[in-house]
Write a protein that binds this ligand. Structure first.
Ligand code: GDP
Length: 447
């Protein structure tokens, strides 16, 4: 899967990294090619549009990291956007299995999607990794063969299997399974519901009725990644009727174009929890957005390089500030720097709480000094209408200079006074906290 997409993107990236400077035109051209590559990989159009928009916005808004080539930075931005599209950074979302046993997992999906195979794979995974006892039950009353298939696979998975009772309806089987799970000491009961070749009202009504009586903790939709946009549409339809908690994409080992995998999360808002990677009972992997993005882009080296360079830039800034603070210096340029960082991080409120050595009173002082987001822009404007000298030695700024600065920034003198006061208070705080050890403070101040 993804081979064609990987190759196309690789071509785009080669062009980007082949040159020193990038103009907006270069970036636009690259984005156009990325757009075509995604569409050819069968990614849904709204998803492609949003993706390209995100990358463009970040490419324009991002600070330039001098240590890396602009093309490399663009690759990192595309990488991050792809990780976001697939579900974001962080540990893969597993299953919620704690609480009063038995925990019920309901499996839904069309016939042939790999639902039965996935049920058995999941049972095996939960037994071996989570060390929990699993009971499998087939609710496919119309297809005796499907029931037998699950029984065989349950054996392979070394999981329990609910005996088949001829003539019993799906809802009753679900009730019996939960009861058997409770009486026989199972931690988890997996219900493999019936599938149809297409979505119909009967199928949905039955699944809903089973869900209502079994109160599942997880309801997973199994979808075949090879069916592309059909899989996405199926997921959307099921999601309208059932309280789905996640998706499993099967046949990721096949050579589809991958569009379904890339569109799923965005279209349904549901996390992809697992992917099927073989027909065997151990062929189920936890889905990891970062790893998947890395595989698709195949530029892990560049991504790591840019991450490291970005850290170093922040580190340098932090160290520079630390040296100044240690000397009890915190001038207007530093304040402007901090305001910029705050803007990037979405305001001061949250940051204040992060600062070690910052007590409630100091936080209240900061709040009283008017450090809210709306003011950030205005404050930056005031600082930029100061002269270099004034920025370095704010104590020079007396009445007449205040008037000039206010006029330059298009504000009143009281606003300038407020900023000067805020700077003084911050400088005081810095001095106090600085003595306690600047490192801790800075870790709070840099993103
Ligand atoms: P169900 O009708 O939804 O229960 O589908 P099945 O579980 O019977 O699966 C249909 C076919 O797909 C079977 O031949 C499975 O072995 C195969 N299959 C299921 N998941 C995967 C997968 O992740 N990779 C591959 N290669 N085959 C799979």
């Amino acid at each position: 899967m993804f081979d064609a997409l990987t190759e196309r993107l690789s071509g785009v990236f080669d062009k980007l990294t082949g040159r020193g400077a990038l103009s907006e035109k270069d970036v636009d051209a690259a984005l156009r090619e990325i757009r075509v590559a995604l569409l050819e990989a069968d990614v849904a159009l709204p998803v492609v549009k949003d993706f390209v928009k995100t990358v463009k916005e970040r490419a324009v808004g991002e600070d330039v990291i001098r240590a890396v080539a602009p093309g490399q930075q663009v690759i990192k931005i595309v990488h991050d956007a792809l990780v976001g599209l697939l579900g974001g950074e962080g540990e893969p979302e597993g299953l919620s299995l704690t609480g009063e046993p038995p925990i019920v997992i309901l499996m839904a999906g069309l016939q042939g999607s790999g639902k039965t195979t996935t049920s058995a794979k999941l049972a095996r995974r939960i037994q071996t990794r989570d060390k929990k006892k699993v009971l499998l039950a087939s609710l496919d009353t119309r297809r005796p063969a499907a029931m037998e298939q699950l029984q065989q696979m349950a054996e392979q998975a070394e999981a329990g299997f609910l005996p088949i009772v001829q003539g019993q309806g799906a809802v009753d089987i679900a009730k019996r399974a939960v009861q058997a799970g409770r009486l026989q000491g199972y931690d988890v009961v997996i219900l493999d519901t019936a599938g149809r070749t297409s979505i119909d009202e009967d199928l949905m009504a039955e699944a809903k009725a089973i869900s209502d009586v079994s109160n599942p903790r997880e309801t997973l939709l199994v979808a075949d990644a090879l069916t592309g946009q059909d899989a996405v549409e199926t997921a959307r339809r099921f999601n309208e009727r059932l309280p789905l908690t996640g998706l499993v994409l099967t046949r990721m080992d096949g050579d589809g174009r991958g569009g379904a995998a890339l569109s799923m999360r965005h279209v349904t808002g549901l996390p992809i929890k697992f992917v099927g990677v073989s027909e065997k009972v151990d062929g189920l992997d936890a889905f990891d957005a970062k790893r998947m993005a890395g595989r698709i882009l195949g530029r892990g080296d560049i991504v790591a390089l840019v991450e490291k360079a970005a850290e170093e830039v922040d580190q340098e800034k932090a160290e520079r500030l630390a040296r100044k603070m240690a000397k009890g210096k915190f001038d207007m340029d530093d304040l402007a720097d901090q305001l910029n960082q705050l803007k990037k991080m979405g305001g001061l409120g949250g940051i204040m709480g992060l600062l070690p050595g910052m007590n409630k009173k100091m936080q209240a002082q900061a709040a009283a000094a008017g450090m809210d987001d709306n003011l950030l822009k205005q404050q930056t404007a005031i600082i930029s209408s100061m002269t270099k000298e004034e920025r370095r030695k704010p104590e020079l700024i007396k009445a007449s200079r205040r008037k000039r600065i206010a006029a330059g920034a298009g504000v009143g003198v009281p606003e300038v006074n407020k900023l000067l006061k805020m700077h003084r208070q911050m400088a005081d705080m810095m001095k106090k906290v600085g003595k306690k050890g600047p490192k801790g403070l800075l870790s709070g101040f840099t993103p």
